[in-house]
Ligand binder design. Structure first.
Ligand code: ZN
Length: 532
């Protein structure tokens, strides 16, 4: 040993000076040398091991963190069979309606101990609640992670075990109101269309109806519909979030927002003489509905009458095209909407075409051409007008509660974005008041009949809105729109907005003839029942 170690080379940085470091007595130079080399090697091993352990720990923590953060995404992966395993142990949670306004939450979807799902309201909530089978849809799909997991305590699990019952999955309480949903559903009787009712101040979705629908509990019917080629009735399509329609004259809300943004005094100074109900010449012209002559009008009158010529003039002559493009981006055109469930993007012709012709620009002004909007998007724009320019993010889930009553998630309203300043919103709101009421021209003393003036004089609430008739296909086909909001009666003109409603009737004809009565009927029934 000695000999061998004495032969060790002195170079190479391993030779340690013979002066008793490491606390040794340096009696034998060779011993010190060998021991120091051993120490050095030991330290290197310890160091390397420490590095590995540290890296291993970092890696483990990262993997765990990634798995926890993305657990919902892993769960949503259709190849993940965990859901099937969960079904053996857990009973899918219940979906409830809202408990706001002292309402008793009602069951919208529930499962028995064999995980057979039933929908007590049948077709009423079919698109928004959706179905749990065949890949799922609506809230059943969006909330399936929460519904399939059970967060009850160990002790409670034992109780369920003793009764040989499945553990109760977490329950989802929604913002949906069964009465408003019923009124909206019945309002669309006989039509293909969509109704969305939200709260402008919170973003709560109170009712979402698309017709025609389906019975989510009828598996045979579902299978048939899922295997069907695209049909005109498209029963499975949620027209509120995934239907895209030309906005027609509801687009004048956007024209007005931009005009008032560029010229805040336009509500006082703008005037237009709709001489013969036509703007422009020949091929490049646009006409008012039924070639009506609206005569001399200020902005409020032109908006109340929905004068196409006036708004064609505004967009063609008064607005800065680039500024308008930037406002339309701010209004969420050509981008995904701030909504948690699947929704279709709206499309603006002005944003799609860099070099837009004069004729096409006139089409843009009145919401024709290739501009397409979903009822959800139109409702969001209306919500922002109603809420001093601020869009609250629309949402459906109020809270998630465990099977033993512990609140696991509580959703609070989220301020999504400011779509316009409060002053502009206030002026557009005033324009929308003129549509749903009969105002008096202060100069002439004449009555101004808005296109939705059948709302005039409603008791219990005051309506604001805009109608739209969106032509498509041949001359006679058109979709009917109404989008607006209400203020409770005691607050009238200056009060905060209450409900925000958007109605779309496919191939329904004129907005003021078809969509307005549907909206009014729903709101009348609601306020008759619930106003103080
Ligand atoms: Zn006109």
């Amino acid at each position: 040993m000695w000999k061998k170690n004495q032969d060790l080379p002195e170079e190479g940085g391993v030779r340690i000076p013979d002066h008793g470091r490491f606390g040794r007595n340096a009696a034998e130079p060779g011993e010190i040398h060998v021991e120091s080399v051993k120490d050095k090697a030991r330290h290197q091993i310890i160091f390397t091991a420490a590095v590995f352990i540290l890296l291993f720990c970092i890696m483990t923590v990262s993997v765990c963190h990634y798995a926890i953060v993305n657990q919902r995404r892993f769960f949503d992966n259709e190849y993940n069979r965990r859901e099937l395993l969960l079904e053996e142990h857990n009973r899918r949670g219940t979906i409830y309606s809202t408990g706001d306004y002292d309402l008793e939450p009602r069951v919208l979807a529930e499962s028995d101990n064999d995980n057979v799902r039933t929908y007590p309201f049948g077709e009423l909530f079919c698109h928004v609640v959706g179905f749990s089978v065949y890949g799922g849809s609506g809230l059943e799909d969006y909330m399936r992670y929460e519904l399939m997991h059970s967060d009850i305590s160990f002790g409670t699990r034992l109780e369920y075990d003793s009764r040989d019952e499945l553990y109760p999955g977490n329950d989802v309480y929604t913002t949906l109101d069964p009465d408003l949903q019923k009124y909206a559903y019945e309002g669309l009787e006989g039509y293909r269309g969509a109704v969305l009712i939200t709260e402008a101040r919170t973003g709560k979705i109170r009712a979402m109806v698309s017709r025609p629908g389906f019975d989510p509990g009828d598996l045979d019917m579902l299978r048939t519909l899922l295997n069907q080629d695209e049909s005109e009735t498209a029963n499975l399509l949620n027209r509120v979030t995934q239907g895209a329609y030309p906005p027609g004259s509801t687009f004048k809300i956007l024209d007005a927002i931009e005009l008032l943004r560029e010229d805040p005094s336009a509500d006082q100074t703008f005037s237009f003489d709709c001489v013969d109900g036509v703007y422009g010449e020949g091929e490049e012209s646009i006409h008012c509905f039924d070639y009506e002559h609206h005569h001399e009008q200020n902005l409020g009158e032109a908006f109340a009458h929905s004068c196409n010529s006036a708004f064609a003039k505004i967009v063609a002559e008064d607005l800065d095209r680039e500024e308008f493009r930037s406002t339309l981006r701010r209004m969420m055109f050509n981008q995904s909407l701030p909504y948690d469930l699947p929704s279709i993007d709206s499309s603006s012709q002005l944003l799609n075409e860099e070099d837009i012709s004069d004729r096409e620009l006139l089409q843009v002004a009145i919401g024709q051409g290739s501009t397409l909007v979903s009822p959800l998007h139109m409702n969001m724009i209306t919500m922002a007008v109603a809420n001093e320019g601020v869009l609250m993010r629309p949402y459906l889930v109020d809270r998630v509660v465990s099977g033993e009553g512990t609140t696991l998630q509580q959703k609070e309203p989220v301020r999504e974005a400011s779509l316009m300043d409060a002053e502009t919103a206030g002026k557009v709101r005033e324009l929308m008041r003129g549509v749903t009421n009969v105002l008096t021209d202060p100069e002439t003393g004449e009555n101004i009949w808005g296109t939705a003036s059948e709302f005039n004089g409603t008791s219990s609430y005051m309506a604001y809105g805009k109608t739209g008739t969106a032509e498509f296909g041949t001359e006679d086909d058109s979709h009917a729109w109404f989008t607006g909001f209400t203020v409770e009666d005691q607050d009238r003109e200056n009060g905060p907005a209450d409900l925000c409603i958007t109605v779309l009737i496919e191939d329904g004809g004129v907005g003021s003839d078809k969509a307005v009565p549907v909206a009014k009927n729903i709101l009348d029934r609601w306020y008759r029942e619930y106003s103080q």
